[in-house]
Every structure is written in structure tokens, then in C-alpha cells.
Design a protein around this ligand. Sequence first.
Ligand code: FES
Length: 244
Amino acid sequence: MSTTIEKIPAKFGETKRKDLWWLEPLLYFIGLGGFVVYATWAAFQGNHYEYGPYLSPFYSPELVFDWWKFSPAFLILWIPAGFRTTCYYYRKAYYRSFFMDPPACAVSEGCKKYTGETGFPLIFQNIHRYFFYLAAIFIVFLWIDAYKAFFFDGVFGIGIGSIVLTANVFLLSCYTFSCHSFRHLIGGFKDSFKCGIQHKVYEKVSCANEHHMLWAWLSLFSVGFADIYVRLCSMGIWTDLRLM
Ligand code: FES
């Protein structure tokens, strides 16, 4: 029995694939690029991030100091930005869509040497687990914001914004706690499992982890939309409907 080993094409973009392999990186580029442009613009604004009991997630927790002369968003956003930038899933997405390294499976990046993430600057991707710890703390603040979004001048009520902020923190929680680092943190003790509750939690986190890509995209859109919602209500362009 003979085995044929095909040579991998070495020229950039060369492939034997016949499907629309370029579509996925193109959609990544549009989705991630659009979000980064909007989030940067919104962070620079430094206004219209509150409306009634609603607080934009880009500005939460709200930190205001006399000595800080820039938008308060910059005190916050480096944490979720670092968390997403070093996320195992997003790395794949932006390595493909922004750096074409490689553009897709079985599509040549035209590069002869593979250095992985062991050298500068990509070795800093290993900091992800520490961003996870910080991001988990932020989730607590965002749930508090969602709770406050149900009280209008101290009276319980439900507005569309209450639902938007609650849905957003739910999706962000799913994204954060389906993180690979959390799975490793919860699942093992050195090289072995602890049985009992820890193993059960590990199974649940593993289950959520299977859908990490979905949570990554849904939470990206929801956090952007939550800021847009609060911003447009604050600017008087949208009216926040009260359901109760
Ligand atoms: S792997 Fe994506 S958030 Fe940790």
C-alpha cells in the first residue's frame, strides 16, 4: 500500500480548496474591524454614556477622578480589550482576517518559518488567564448595573434599556465563563481531577466552552449595542419605552 503526501503550496493564498474559504476571514474582518472602530470612537466621546438608571458597559464601573482629564472609558476599557485580544478564539479570528497568517485552513500564508507564540510580541498572549481574573470582576459590576436599570427614581420598572443591559451582561457572562482559562482553572488540580462538585462544574464549563465562539460574537454585538442604546437615548434620538 502506498501513501501519497501532497506538498503544501508555498505561495501566499495558494490552495487546493474550492469552497469560499475567504468568506469567513472577510466576515471576521468586517465584524471585528467595525467593533474596534466604533468602540474607539465611543471611548473618546466621554459623554452620553448614562441615561436615567442606565450606564453604558463601556463606562462601567464609572470612575471619575479630578486628576484624570480624559474620557473615563480609558480607565476601564483596557481590561475587556486585553481580555478579548488575548482570547484563544479571537486570536484565530484576527490572525486569519487581519494578518492572513494563515488566511484559512490549508491556504498558504507564504511564510516559510512558523514561530508560534513563543517569541516577542506574541508571547504576551499568555497573559490571558490574568485578564480573565480581571474580566470576571467586571462581570459583577455589570450585573449590579443591570439590577439598577430596573429602578427609575427608586421605583421598580422595566424599560427596553433594562432588558438590553440585562441581556448584555448575560451574554458577557456566558462569554467570560466559557473561557478556556476558566475551564482549566476550575477543572484540574495539577494533572488530575478532583471529583465531586468540581468535576460537575468542570463538565458544565466544558459544555459552555464548546460554544465559546458563539458567545464571543453575541457578546461583542450586545456590548456594542448596549452602548449605542444608552447613547442614543441620552442624545434624545431614541425613546426608551417603559413596559412597566
Ligand atoms: S479563551 Fe476566549 S475568553 Fe478566554
